[in-house]
Design a protein around this ligand. Structure first.
Ligand code: ATP
Ligand code: SF4
Ligand code: MG
Length: 345
């Protein structure tokens, strides 16, 4: 069994597996500061799948990468806190982080070709990863475990495929191999950044079903990034809608689909319901553009695109307000969004 880095003291023994509080990320570029995350609060319970949805540039991938501390440290300012399995991720040194990546948290990317090492077979990468994290594990035992994982993710002819290079596999098979690699060290948390977007529709659904099965079987927590609300509905228990580096609405999948309250969520769901966003397409059908993260307005960053906007919306960033059990939205006109027509799921 892989060892969790025990030199990093757990601050809490139980509670959510992931707890982000007031997470801020700013990238310092020549002449500007890109404020990619602006006060993100998010909890992921043990064994829960949370989908992050939102338009391009809303901060979904930055949230995942920051959780794994994968940013260039010199140009990036990170504020707030990240607790992962009770441990303070922002306080970890390089060795502690390396010990976490694999046994605690692992990531599946949209394009496995960019994430897998092209010069090693997938089997060799899995064996290497397992042996790095588990002292005394023999090469043979690691290979047997890799084979079992290839079988589990239903890669055909798994013994032969273990010795294949990433470019020798089809897109769907490569994503299965990437999932097997990500599960090599029995992580508690899987971060999946648009894992099905590059695949054709039939393969997409197979990979989603596989992720759901694995989540239930292994008791994994998953943060699943997608542009596709249909994909989120297949797999997620909860959803956080991101806009301009903030979470603007959060709730259970059912609450978001049946009773969305933030005007942005309503607009997203309407564009889908009206066929403008067929399954698998990107969420870019709302008139207007996302805010410039290098010049964020002082108030609600959706104001320029919102049909309900008032002058008061532009004065200060609205706080998250509860609208139901475990359901909250960041808008000062929630009294006006009751009457909105719910989207068809
Ligand atoms: N290393 C970086 N340096 C500068 N800006 C960055 C960096 N990484 C991300 N950004 C900016 O941060 C913002 C959020 O990016 P992010 O990748 O999280 O968006 P996203 O929601 O994942 O979008 P997409 O759906 O297109 O993947 C974008 O404006 C992006 O250009
Ligand atoms: S705060 Fe105002 S501008 Fe922002 S979403 Fe609500 S109504 Fe629209
Ligand atoms: Mg992204």
């Amino acid at each position: 069994m892989s060892a969790v880095p025990n030199d990093v003291p757990a601050l809490t023994a139980d509670g959510p597996l992931v707890s982000l509080r007031d997470l801020n990320v700013a990238f310092h570029a020549p002449g500007k500061v890109i404020r990619a995350l602006n006060g993100v609060d998010l909890d992921v319970a043990r064994g829960q799948t949370v989908a992050l949805i939102g338009e391009s540039g809303s901060g979904k991938s930055v949230t995942l990468r920051t959780l794994m501390r994968l940013h260039p440290p010199r140009r990036t300012r990170v504020g707030g806190s990240i607790l992962l399995d009770g441990r303070d991720v922002l306080a970890m040194d390089a060795a502690q982080l390396a010990a976490c990546r694999g046994p605690v948290v692992s990531m599946v990317f949209q394009e496995p070709l960019l994430a897998l090492d092209p010069v090693y077979t997938v089997g060799a990468q899995m064996v290497e990863m397992m042996r790095r994290h588990e002292k005394g594990l023999s090469r043979e035992a690691a290979r047997a475990r890799a084979l079992a994982l290839f079988e589990r993710v239903r890669i055909p002819s798994p013994r032969r495929r273990l010795d294949a290079y990433p470019h020798e596999m089809s897109g769907g098979m490569r994503q299965r191999a990437m999932i097997a690699l990500a599960l090599s060290c029995n992580p508690k948390l899987l971060l999946a950044d648009e894992p099905t977007t590059a695949l054709d529709a039939t393969v997409q659904i197979q990979i989603l079903l596989l992720l759901r099965e694995l989540q239930q079987e292994l008791g994994l927590s998953i943060i699943f990034v997608t542009h596709d609300i249909g994909a989120a509905a297949e797999i997620a228990d909860r959803v956080a809608v991101m806009y301009g580096g903030r979470i603007v609405e959060q709730g259970s999948m059912a609450q978001l689909l049946r009773a969305p309250r933030h005007p942005y969520t309503l607009a997203l769901l309407r564009s889908r319901a009206h066929g403008a966003m067929a399954k698998g397409t990107r969420l870019q059908t709302i008139a207007g553009s996302p805010p410039d993260l290098a010049a964020l307005p002082p108030g609600c960053s959706f104001a320029d695109r919102c049909l309900l906007a008032l002058d008061a919306c532009r004065a200060a960033v609205p706080a998250m307000a509860p609208v139901g059990p475990g359901h909250a939205a960041r808008c000062i006109r929630l009294d006006q969004t009751h009457a909105q027509e719910p989207a068809s799921a």
